[in-house]
Design a protein around this ligand. Sequence first.
Ligand code: SF4
Ligand code: SF4
Length: 431
Amino acid sequence: MQTKFPLSQINDPNIKDANDILRSCVHCGFCNSSCPTYLLMGDELDGPRGRIYLIKEMLENDRPASPVDVKHLDRCLGCLSCMTACPSGVNYMHLMEYGRRHIEQTYRRSFFERLVRNFLGVVLPNPKIFKFMLGLAVIFRGFKKFLPRNLRKTAHYVSNLKIQGKVVTPNRYMPISKHKYRVGMLTGCVQSQLNPEINKATIRLLNRHGCEVIVIEDVECCGALNLHLGQKAKAFKHIKSNVDAWCNEAERSKLDAIIVNTSGCGTTVKDYGHLLRDDEKYSQKAKNISLLSVDIIEFISRIGLRGTSIEEKLTVAYQAPCSLQHGQLIRDEPLELLKACGFEVVVPNHEDLCCGAAGTYHILQGKLSEELQTKKIKSLVECSPDIIATGNVGCMMQLKTSETNILSFPVVHTVELLDWGTGGPKPPSMN
Ligand code: SF4
Ligand code: SF4
């Protein structure tokens, strides 16, 4: 794609990067058929190629974002299915980030939108505030009918949640077999509060595989939630704090990996090196952290699954999170590990399409999110599974919050099944 950025703009490293990405696009449109919003809306501007043009036009003319730009870029899930489909290797993820930041810097949203986005950007990444809000949601569950529809669905889910077990606390969790690896672990902000069992299963699985697991006090949110809302300053604050905390820990004693069990967060941590590439103080440190970062599935595949023991014959429908399959290119490993545990694994139709969760998308774009959710649930039900497994707490929540399609199957994180399949307890949500 031809671009015409003036030299004065190209001196900005972000614009230079955006320019390089734009020039790699040959506007063939192959990406459109893989885009969930293009398939739903049938509008070029709701597909990746159209959005690339919108971002190009905005940045190249250095003009404020228009309501049309905002409408179509806001509708993007950030699922990155278009990156998998693109034959030219266009880095849509980075380009979209520049687009979102430009919108936040140049466009004044309505009062209500600003309120909701700021609320989400403050509450979700902060486990203490999030926990407090969970408590309020339970106390005031009777008032949820007064909320807008998008928020009502989420409020309904969290106020009826039976949170099982205590949250994992900062500590060193020692291996129960021969000590082989020392790994850091991201326990996550929303996940750690909504479903503590995922972190516990991860630690048990790692301990059983010879890993000492370090959970550090100062590491909480990975920054992805703020980043996707275009809130760069808030996101970078989390990112730098995490980089410092992990680098300090790695200086104390070598870390073999940083384990992430929420695939949306993993995609962002793997991108820290890129995000802080122009920061003199942080660029090398951030790069080192990105190189250490691995999804739990990737790590277990790498070191080899041991001690498989499941005896029940159960069919697992695997719902691939976009951030795992498109963002981190981890596709076959979850299926292979589940099979190695003795589960029969089935994959739903349209496995590459997003379930509509996409971070805060299910709250901000409720209608589109619900349409994708309905399609995803239908394809999973058609598999007639005993269990549904996925690798991201956002997808788990999305599959459980439908008001019209009530799933009768337990929805668990893949790591809970791997833990069970190698000698750990049965996931509590299956009892
Ligand atoms: S498939 Fe790639 S090169 Fe083709 S239009 Fe989409 S982003 Fe551009
Ligand atoms: S990230 Fe997903 S929703 Fe956005 S343009 Fe790409 S395929 Fe479409």
